[in-house]
Design a protein around this ligand. Structure first.
Ligand code: NDP
Length: 444
């Protein structure tokens, strides 16, 4: 029986809270604290009516600006939770980690820290807290959503059970859902647009970067090429040192496109994106040489995004308008549909998973593990679309792993650093069952 403080009351937090209510044997008390208290109250009301008659956590709500470290510390000290779950926005990560250290409580989040004035994320800021959490005897679990999150649990599972070394990993994130709007984002619009309008990049090991090293050529090319003139996709690239280990190979946004036929969804265009878990997996997977991340986008989304970029609506710096300063992307966010409102309209399925290639007992192995999630089934169960669902469910499972004493290593950790088996078992029980194949269609 545990007491949890949940910060945030948006789409993902709503699912996590609902799933905690379904696991009231573990989550006995819950404080939902967020910037807008009315959303916390609405969430409490929804849970209490959705699960009326069943044993539920005792739910309290509060208004909190989590950028205010003193106020957050005071609230944590007063409520005395066993764990703080940060499901607000990545901007709040460091402030909430500071508050957790001051109040002596462990921490979990679903996204890498991002400075508000720089559309850029990496682990360095949160990895800088490793020693502080370790010395305090506290645990910080970073990025416990689906991707990041489950993709790293899948990686740890593959490494533990099927490989001696993993050489390449492709993470494929497909959303085959349709919400009927010409343009809307499935999670926080500001964070989403910052992510997809950034340069594309993939991770390569130090051994793959050294000048003179050779890599396979792209489809339609023959032989090998010496870095750094061209990369394996045949597109112009630049190299940037990753924080701890390896290199980022950077491309123009959406420069690398592939078509993939996803189980239960069908054929979709997918594009190479920069993504946070590539960096930690590059450090933690034995023998890894290359990690890529692809996400599907429809043409309408891309056309709208390009147009919004071209007119400056995705800018993150303040501009003067009628005598006041506004940040265009924040104004755009106010115009776009709230991701939490997409649930009733979204039909179709997501398919997110990892394709590994490596070696076991001297023999080559290919392995694909993925989850398929139905938007309408999520809506029927917790009132949300599948993107919030596939993020909120793992956040709850991560909290459960900590509270049940299964994921308790002290310090700051990403999900592949823990034992994947109990988490994989929970995915099957909590609504995100996974499938596996040893004969996947690979991405060239
Ligand atoms: P929403 O915008 O729907 O919700 C964000 C919530 O945080 C809102 O309730 C908001 O309050 C609250 N909030 C914002 N600023 C503050 C603050 N200063 N203090 C307290 N509360 C604050 O976002 P989502 O639910 O879509 O996303 C939540 C998180 O999940 C994000 O970090 C996102 O990047 C991450 N994510 C991770 C994924 C993964 O697979 N790992 C996938 C999808 C999302 P208000 O209601 O006032 O706006």
């Amino acid at each position: 029986m545990a007491r949890v403080m949940l910060i945030g009351a948006g789409g993902v937090a709503g699912v996590a809270a609902s799933k905690m209510a379904q696991n009231a044997d573990v989550f006995s008390e819950l404080l939902i604290a967020s910037r807008t208290k009315a959303r916390c109250d609405a969430l409490k009301q929804d849970i209490e009516s959705r699960y009326a008659g069943r044993p539920l956590p005792i739910i309290a709500t509060a208004s909190l600006d989590a950028m205010d470290v003193a106020a957050t510390t005071a609230m944590i000290k007063e409520y005395k939770p066993d764990l703080v779950m940060n499901i607000a926005l990545p901007y709040q990560d460091l402030a909430i980690m500071d508050a957790c250290l001051a109040a002596d409580v462990s921490y979990l989040d679903t996204a890498n820290y991002e400075p508000p004035d720089d559309a850029h994320f990496e682990y360095s800021w949160q990895w800088a807290y490793r020693e502080k959490f370790e010395k305090a005897g506290l645990t910080a679990i970073l990025g416990c959503g689906f991707d990041p999150g489950v993709t790293q649990v899948f990686s740890a599972y593959a490494q533990k059970h099927y490989f001696d070394t993993i050489e390449t990993l492709d993470i494929l994130d497909c959303n085959g859902g349709d919400h009927g709007y010409p343009f809307a984002t499935n999670f926080n619009p500001e964070i989403n647009i910052r992510e997809v309008s950034a340069k594309g990049s993939y991770w390569v090991a130090d051994s793959e970067h050294s000048v003179g090293a050779s890599v396979p050529l792209a489809r339609g090319h023959v032989g090998r090429v010496t870095l750094p003139e061209l990369d394996c996709h045949g597109v112009p690239v630049e190299y940037r040192k990753a924080f701890d280990k390896g290199w980022w190979v950077e491309t123009a946004p959406m420069a690398i496109k592939r078509v993939y036929n996803f189980d239960e969804v069908g054929e979709k265009d997918m594009y190479l994106l920069h993504h946070e878990e590539l960096e930690s997996l590059g450090c933690n997977l034995k023998g890894i040489k290359r990690i890529r991340f692809f996400m599907t986008f429809g043409q309408s989304y891309l056309t709208h995004l390009k147009c919004l970029e071209n007119v400056g609506m995705t800018r993150i710096d303040p501009v003067k308008f009628n005598g006041v300063e506004i940040v265009p992307i924040q104004f755009l966010r106010a115009l776009l549909p709230d991701p939490a409102s997409l649930g009733p309209r979204t039909k179709g399925k997501t398919n997110i998973g990892c394709i590994f290639h490596g070696v076991k007992d001297g023999k080559p192995v290919d392995y694909y593990v993925y989850n398929v999630c139905d938007h309408q089934a999520c809506y029927a169960e917790v009132g949300s679309q599948a993107i919030s669902y596939t993020t909120g469910v793992p956040a709850m499972i991560g909290a459960k792993m900590f509270l049940k004493g299964k994921w308790t290593a002290k310090g700051v950790h990403t999900c592949e650093e823990f034992d994947p088996d109990p988490f994989m078992a929970e995915l099957n029980k909590q609504g995100l069952p996974w499938k596996e194949t040893f004969n996947p269609v690979k991405v060239d």
